[in-house]
Design a protein around this ligand. Structure first.
Ligand SMILES: C[S@@+](CC[C@H](N)C(=O)[O-])C[C@H]1O[C@@H](n2cnc3c(N)ncnc32)[C@H](O)[C@@H]1O
Length: 340
C-alpha cells in the first residue's frame, strides 16, 4: 500500500464527507483534492527572458514564448520520451476522442506522457489529472508542467485503485501502457467505473501476447537444450501473463465497461544482434529483470551467455534481430444499467 495515503483516516473521513455533497456537473477544483495526493496545485513557470509570465495583458501568452536552448533543464525535456512509450502513445493520440472542456484522467501517467500532450491538445478549458504512485516520476512531470506552462494539469500521487475523485467526475480516462503494469487491474477498472460519467470513454493501450516472440522462441530453445524444465515452465508462465484483447475485454466487462472499438497494430524493434539487444538501456530497465527471474541466480550467467550467442547466430542468419511488438488501442464506454 502506498505510504502517502490510507494512513490518515481522519483526512479520509473529511474527504468522504466532501465527496458526499459533490455535484458531478460542477468541475472539481484542484484545491478541493486531498493535499497529500497533489504533486502540484498551481503551476509556476520559472522566470526567464521572454517567457509567458512576462507577456503583456493584451497579448496571447504564447507569443512571448522563447526557449533557452542552452538550458540543461530544457534540453532534458526535449530529449525525454522513451521510444517504448511513444508508439503506444501515438496510437492513443490518433484515436482518442478530444472534446473541448473534457475532464480527463491519465492512469499511470509516469513522467507525464501522454498527460501533458493531452492537456495541451485539449486546451485550457479541460482539466487533465494524472495519477501514479511513482513519486520521482511525478516530480519530473511537475518540472515539465512548469517548464512548458500547462495550467490544466493536476498531478495525483497514489494508486489508481483508490482515487481521490468524486463519483461520475470524468469524461475520459486514458492509460498508455498502464493497465498491463497495475498489480490489481480489476480494482483499477472498478474505480474507473466509479469516477466515470455515464457517457465517459475509457481508452487504453497495451502490448499483447506475441510480444517479442522471436526472442522468447530462442530463450525457450536454450532452456530446452540445457534441460532446465522448471525454468522453461516459468518462462511459459511469464509469456502467458501478457494480456490479450479477449482477456482485457472480459476485465472491462466485469467492471461494467463495454468495448466499442479495438485497433491492433504491430511495431518491430530492430537490433543488429543479441549482444546489442541485451545491453540496450531500455531493455535492461524494462524487461531484463523479468527474464532473469525465470532462472535461479546461479544459472543466470551460463544461460544468458548461451542465449546471447544463440541470438547472435539468429541475427547472423537473418541479417538482424527483429522483435515483433503487437499493440492494441481499446476503447470502451460505461455499460448502461440493465444491459448484459
Ligand atoms: C509502463 S509505465 C507507463 C508510463 C507512461 N504512461 C508512459 O506511457 O510512458 C506504467 C506506469 O504505471 C504506473 N503504475 C503502476 N501501478 C500503478 C497504480 N496502481 N496506479 C497508478 N499507476 C500505476 C507506474 O508507476 C508507471 O509509471
Amino acid at each position: 500500500m502506498h505510504p502517502i495515503f490510507f494512513e490518515q483516516p481522519v483526512y479520509e473521513l473529511i474527504f468522504g464527507l466532501a465527496c458526499a455533497v459533490w455535484t458531478p456537473l460542477i468541475p472539481i477544483a484542484a484545491s478541493d483534492l486531498p493535499h497529500q495526493w497533489l504533486v502540484t496545485r498551481t503551476v509556476k513557470s520559472p522566470r526567464r527572458p521572454g517567457d509567458r509570465t512576462m507577456h503583456r495583458p493584451d497579448e496571447p501568452d504564447y507569443l512571448t514564448f522563447a526557449a533557452d536552448l542552452s538550458d540543461p533543464a530544457l534540453v532534458a525535456i526535449y530529449d525525454e520520451l522513451p521510444l517504448w512509450s511513444a508508439p503506444f502513445g501515438a496510437l492513443l493520440l490518433r484515436h482518442v476522442p478530444l472534446r473541448r472542456g473534457a475532464t480527463v484522467l491519465d492512469l499511470g501517467c509516469g513522467t507525464g506522457f501522454p498527460l501533458l500532450e493531452l492537456a495541451q491538445r485539449l486546451g485550457a478549458a479541460s482539466t487533465v489529472y494524472g495519477v501514479d504512485p511513482w513519486a520521482a516520476s511525478l516530480e519530473r512531470a511537475r518540472e515539465k508542467v512548469a517548464q512548458w506552462g500547462v495550467p490544466n494539469v493536476v498531478l495525483l500521487s497514489g494508486d489508481a485503485a483508490t482515487l481521490p475523485l468524486p463519483d461520475q467526475h470524468l469524461d475520459l480516462i486514458v492509460s498508455n501502457l498502464g493497465v498491463n503494469n497495475f498489480a490489481d487491474p480489476e480494482a483499477v477498472l472498478r474505480e474507473c467505473r466509479r469516477v466515470a460519467r455515464p457517457r465517459a470513454t475509457l481508452a487504453l493501450t497495451t502490448n499483447l501476447q506475441g510480444h517479442m516472440h522471436e526472442f522468447y522462441a530462442v530463450f525457450a530453445q536454450i532452456l530446452q537444450e540445457l534441460g532446465d524444465h522448471e525454468a522453461r515452465e516459468r518462462l511459459a508462465a511469464h509469456i502467458a501473463h501478457r494480456t490479450t484483447v479477449a482477456r482485457l475485454s472480459a476485465q472491462l466487462a466485469a467492471a461494467q465497461f463495454q468495448v466499442t472499438r479495438v485497433v491492433e497494430e504491430q511495431m518491430v524493434w530492430r537490433f543488429a544482434d543479441g549482444s546489442a539487444l541485451l545491453r540496450h538501456a531500455f531493455i535492461k530497465l524494462g524487461f531484463l529483470d523479468d527474464w532473469k527471474a525465470v532462472l535461479p541466480p546461479d544459472a543466470r550467467a551460463k544461460v544468458f551467455t548461451a542465449l546471447e550467442a544463440a541470438l547472435n547466430r539468429v541475427a547472423a542468419e537473418r541479417g538482424e534481430l527483429s522483435l515483433s511488438i503487437p499493440m492494441a488501442y481499446i476503447e470502451a464506454t460505461c455499460k448502461m444499467t440493465g444491459s448484459p
